[in-house]
Design a binder for this molecule. Structure first.
Ligand code: DON
Length: 335
């Protein structure tokens, strides 16, 4: 089989013919030395994690799994939950109702900015806090007491195992999330949030505190790549329409005020969280996740961004790369 120009066999920094595992392993090793960035200190419990942890996991829609480093170390999903909550909200509240409360326009602002779209008086998109709190409010409005069990159930179906909440992080965030409380009250006054503020924030803080590993996240990403069906368990987690909408918003808004740079360099739908995770989805091909908790000034994992840049280059993952082969690489390497 002919190798793409991006195939490791032709990249001088990667030993030829060693396989997909070594592309992932070498990416981890090349990026590991970057110890810049800071832990998310604004949620006290997040400042207690081991800053040295670094893991990468890749899962294909054919069910192949390749991981390196600390891919089984648990951390809180944080803002990566916003993508999956949006996907669920589209299903249970419907597209029109969701879009009447939150836009799908990049804001160019920080994740916790207190700013609404001046034309609609609604949050710009579901990936920034204001939009995500609106989405949690919609789920709470539709499902009441069943809201969090449903969120946990669907996230677990996407991951292919039963996930749980880090109660210490949840309590820490609930006790200190004054800015998010402020945003929720402003959303109520703007008419974007209809559900009770406390119930909404409880759901939002809980969904952010769900514990995942990089390999869980890669499987969740592979579920999105596989248009809503977990490729390892065969269970359907999300509808095709909701997945398409979610990937579109991840592509334009998932990395906040870094989304343009990310689309330019990496070129796959993605979502980051202040817990240190980044999830990328190569449509119909791969879920890719990194975990490294030191963050840049925009709240994105430093080594996560570097690893995704390397992998996109090595494997030709960019959406507009003519050599994009994604999971076909696994076949090319004879797995
Ligand atoms: O709203 C918050 O502050 C957090 N629970 C989630 C923020 C987050 O992960 C932003 N991501 N980079």
């Amino acid at each position: 089989m002919a190798m793409s120009p991006h195939a490791p066999a032709e990249n001088p920094s990667t030993p030829s013919g060693y396989g997909f595992e070594l592309v992932v392993q070498h990416t981890l090793e090349r990026v590991r030395g970057d110890t810049s960035g800071e832990l998310a200190g604004y949620i006290p419990e997040l400042a207690r994690v081991d800053p040295e942890r670094f893991g990468i996991s890749v899962v294909s829609v054919e069910g192949e799994v390749v991981s390196a480093g600390d891919a089984e170390v648990p951390f809180t999903i944080q803002s990566i939950s916003k993508a999956f909550a949006f996907c669920l909200a589209l299903e249970i509240a419907g597209r029109d109702k969701v879009l009447s409360r939150v836009g799908v326009e990049p804001s160019g602002d920080a994740f916790n900015a207190i700013v609404f779209d001046p034309h609609t008086n609604r949050p710009f998109n579901p990936m920034v806090n204001a939009g995500a709190i609106t989405v949690s409010g919609l789920i709470a409005e539709e499902l009441g007491a069943d809201a969090f069990p449903m969120v946990l159930d669907r996230f677990s179906a996407a991951a292919g195992r039963s996930l749980s909440v880090d109660e210490a992080v949840y309590s820490s965030e609930a006790a200190t999330g004054h800015r998010n409380r402020g945003i929720a009250h402003l959303l109520t006054s703007a008419g974007a949030l209809v559900a009770d503020v406390d119930a909404t924030l409880d759901l939002y803080f809980r969904q952010c505190s769900i514990l995942v590993t990089a390999s869980d996240l890669a499987r969740m990403g592979a579920t999105l790549a596989n248009i809503g069906e977990n490729p390892l368990t065969g269970s359907a987690a999300f509808s095709v329409e909701a997945v398409r909408a979610t990937l579109a918003v991840m592509f334009t808004c998932g990395m906040y005020n870094f989304a343009g740079n990310w689309a330019f360099d990496v070129g796959v739908p993605a979502k980051s969280g202040v817990g240190g995770g980044i999830l990328g989805v190569v449509n119909r091909q791969l879920g890719i996740a990194t975990y490294s908790p030191r963050l840049d000034a925009k709240g994105n994992s430093v080594r996560g961004i570097a690893a995704f840049r390397e992998l996109a280059e090595e494997l030709g993952l960019h959406l507009f790369d003519p050599t994009n082969r994604g999971s076909a690489m696994l076949t090319a390497f004879g797995r």
